[in-house]
Design a binder for this molecule. Structure first.
Ligand code: FBP
Length: 344
């Protein structure tokens, strides 16, 4: 995407207007990606409202189903999935959606003729926090779909989608609801806060940059006995006094990847979910958890690897493939990765 002079984003600018002005800065833009991001914004608003009512209407607890990951599906996982699929049901942009809640991609036939984007989604991240009113999020990744005609298989879908994400981001449903997204390092990372009184996302954090040194690390140390030596050594180094590196870091692990990564985006530090004996490939999913968050952190000056390889260099082989994840301030991720390459 070639860049001409970008307007200086004003705090309080509505998402719709921000998308419009960003588009004007890219003469080749067709407006479709902006429309898609607006539809994502609508889905985020609807889920935010659902969550705000969660304790009052019968939407907490398990749905009775098990998702493709073998996890107990929460009612809100299924509802959030529906809300996102409904958001893409029209508009001729998205012929296929891959989501954590469905084994096979959702096909939207009415969009097949003209649709040129595939969306990869974690409709509700951190759903084990729902019943305790903890922070949760939604994560999205948008890739271009090459070739033509209906997508008939997982292998064909992965062979036709662009390696680079044209947009990536998340919604974090905390004390307020925020949307954070990027369309690439050259356009930066921007945060919008939902004003429920007018039902609009308003620009509240333009051009976010992750601090190069942080204060926090996020990891489930309860599983540390299952980790390889390198991540163990790394976490011990975060706990040791080291004035130059601002250590020791404090631990903040919320049970929701989006909430933890959002804290690190703003305050610096690192989130790690290494491979374990129980999950030798890691737990988190590449296409709709690790890759979109890596795109956001890298566009904000941070880094993300699987402990050895840059997440954005990984070539996907399956829609629901898992990966270890080390993400956050670049010096911390690079240190953990050096250990990963040397100690293993
Ligand atoms: P989902 O809730 O979307 O399955 O996401 C995975 C996740 O819950 C992350 O949000 C979180 O960081 C991690 O798994 C927690 O895993 P664990 O309970 O093993 O620490």
């Amino acid at each position: 995407m070639s860049k001409t002079s970008l307007p200086v984003p004003k705090i309080g600018t509505r998402l719709h207007r921000f998308l419009y002005e960003s588009e004007r800065a890219h003469p080749e833009a067709t407006g479709e990606l902006s429309a898609l991001l607006s539809q994502l914004g609508l889905a985020g608003k609807r889920i935010s409202r659902l969550l705000s009512q969660a304790g009052l209407i019968d939407i907490l607890g398990a749905s009775g189903e098990t998702n493709v990951q073998g996890e107990t599906q929460q009612k809100l996982d299924a509802l959030a999935n529906e809300v996102f699929l409904d958001a893409f049901a029209y508009g001729q942009m998205v012929p296929a959606v891959v989501t954590e809640e469905m084994e096979l991609p959702a096909h939207l036939p009415e969009n097949e003729a003209l649709g040129k984007y595939v969306v990869f989604l974690d409709p509700l991240d951190g759903s084990s926090n729902l019943d305790v009113n903890g922070g949760v999020g939604s994560i999205f990744s948008v890739r271009k779909l090459g070739g033509s005609g209906a997508v008939t298989s997982e292998a064909e879908l992965l062979s036709r989608v662009s390696h680079d994400q044209v947009a990536a981001g998340y919604f974090v449903y905390g004390p307020s609801t925020m949307l954070v997204y990027t369309c690439g390092p050259e356009t930066g990372v921007h945060g919008f806060t939902l004003d429920p009184s007018i039902g609009e996302f308003l620009l509240s954090a333009p051009n976010i940059r992750v601090p190069s040194r942080g204060m926090y690390y996020a990891a489930n140390e309860g599983t540390i006995e299952e980790w390889r030596e390198a991540p163990r050594q790394f976490v011990r180094s975060l706990q040791r006094h080291d004035k130059d590196k601002g250590r020791p870091y404090s631990t903040r692990y919320s049970g929701a990847l989006v909430s933890d990564v959002h804290r690190i985006l703003l305050k610096g530090g690192i989130y790690i979910y290494p491979a374990t004996t129980k999950s030798p490939q890691g737990k988190l999913r590449l296409m709709y958890e690790a890759a979109p968050l890596a795109a956001v952190l890298e566009a904000a000056g941070g880094a993300a690897t699987d402990g050895i390889t840059r997440i954005l260099d990984l070539v996907p082989t399956a829609n629901h493939q898992r990966t270890p994840l080390f993400i956050g301030s670049a010096p911390d991720v690079q240190e953990a990765t050096r250990l990963g390459r040397s100690v293993g």
